[in-house]
Write a protein that binds this ligand. Structure first.
Ligand SMILES: NC(=O)c1ccc[n+]([C@@H]2O[C@H](COP(=O)([O-])OP(=O)(O)OC[C@H]3O[C@@H](n4cnc5c(N)ncnc54)[C@H](OP(=O)(O)O)[C@@H]3O)[C@@H](O)[C@H]2O)c1
Length: 250
C-alpha cells in the first residue's frame, strides 16, 4: 500500500532524472503509473524498471500528440488523479546570442507545453486531484546565460499560481517544486558543452549551494510525492525549493 494506492499518476517527462525518480516513488507507494518522454529507449527501460507502468512517446510541445495521449488515457483509465509536469530542457545562451527559434523551442516545452498539458489533464481530474509542476531556482536567480530558461520557468511559476487559483473550486491542488542544481542527465544535455565545460558548470553551481553539493533526483522526487499526496491537503499555489539552501540562504 502507500500514499498513492489506487491512484492513476501521470508523469510527463518520466523516463529520466527527477521524473524517473518520482515515477518509481509513486509506483512504490501503490500508484498505477503512466510516464512519457521522447526517447523510446529510456521510456522502455523506465517501464521495465517500474512494476505495472505504461510508457508513451509524446513530445509535450506537440499539442496534437498530447491530445492523443489524453484521449488514450480517457479511454483506458478514465481519470488522472495526480499529474506531475516535469518535462523540460536546459541550455545556455547569453543575450547577444539568443535567437527567436531558440527562445521558441525552449518555451514550447518548458512553458507552453506544460500549461496546455495541465489544461488537458484537468478534464480527467476530479475532487482531490493534484498537479505538481517542476520549476527551477533559475527562475529566481540571475545566472548569466539563463535568460530564456529563466523566463520560461518564471512564466510557469506565474501560470502555476493562477491555475491553482482557478482550480481550487474544483478541489484540484496545483503546486511546484523548484530544484536547485540536481545530478541528472540534464547537465550533460547542454548543447555545445564538452565534459570540461560541464565540470566547470557543476563546480560553479555547487559553489552557490550552502550545503556544498548537488541534489539527488530522489531528494526532489520526495518533495514531489509530498505535494501530490494527501499530506499536502491544505497546500495549493505553493512553490517548494529543493536546493540545499541555494535560494533562501544566499
Ligand atoms: N537537473 C537540474 O539541475 C535541474 C534544476 C532545476 C530544474 N530542473 C528541471 O527538472 C526537470 C527534469 O529535469 P532533469 O534534471 O531530471 O533532466 P533530464 O534527466 O534531462 O530529464 C528531462 C525529462 O524531460 C523530458 N522531456 C524533455 N523534453 C521533452 C519534450 N519535449 N516532451 C516530453 N518530454 C520531454 C525528458 O524526456 P526525453 O529524455 O525523452 O527527452 C526527460 O524525461 C526539468 O523541467 C528541468 O528544467 C532541473
Amino acid at each position: 500500500m502507500g500514499r498513492f494506492a489506487g491512484k492513476n499518476v501521470l508523469v510527463l517527462g518520466g523516463n529520466s532524472g527527477i521524473g524517473l525518480a518520482a515515477a518509481k516513488g509513486f509506483a512504490a507507494e501503490g500508484a498505477q503509473v503512466r510516464l512519457t518522454g521522447r526517447d523510446p529507449a529510456t521510456i522502455a527501460s523506465a517501464v521495465a524498471a517500474i512494476p505495472g507502468a505504461q510508457g508513451h512517446r509524446a513530445d509535450i510541445a506537440d499539442l496534437d500528440a498530447m491530445a492523443a495521449l489524453f484521449a488514450t488515457i480517457a479511454e483506458d483509465d478514465g481519470a488522472v488523479d495526480v499529474l506531475f509536469v516535469n518535462a523540460g530542457i536546459g541550455g545556455f545562451a547569453p543575450l547577444a546570442e539568443i535567437t527567436p527559434d531558440y527562445w521558441d523551442s525552449v518555451h514550447a516545452i518548458n512553458l507552453r507545453g506544460c500549461v496546455f498539458a495541465v489544461q488537458q489533464a484537468v478534464r480527467l481530474m476530479g475532487q482531490g486531484g493534484a498537479v505538481v509542476l517542476t520549476g527551477s531556482i533559475g527562475a529566481h536567480t540571475a545566472l548569466p546565460g539563463n535568460i530564456t530558461y529563466a523566463a520560461a520557468k518564471a512564466g510557469l511559476h506565474a501560470a502555476m499560481k493562477t491555475m491553482a487559483r482557478e482550480l481550487v473550486g474544483q478541489g484540484i491542488r496545483v503546486n511546484m517544486v523548484s530544484p536547485g542544481p540536481t545530478e541528472t542527465p540534464l547537465l550533460h544535455r547542454n548543447p555545445g558543452m564538452d565534459a570540461a565545460a560541464v565540470d566547470q558548470l557543476r563546480s560553479m553551481m555547487i559553489a552557490a549551494v550552502p550545503m556544498g553539493r548537488m541534489g539527488e533526483a530522489d531528494e526532489v522526487a520526495r518533495a514531489v510525492l509530498f505535494l501530490a499526496s494527501q499530506e499536502a491537503s491544505f497546500i495549493t499555489g505553493a512553490n517548494l525549493f529543493v536546493d540545499g539552501g541555494a535560494l533562501e540562504l544566499r
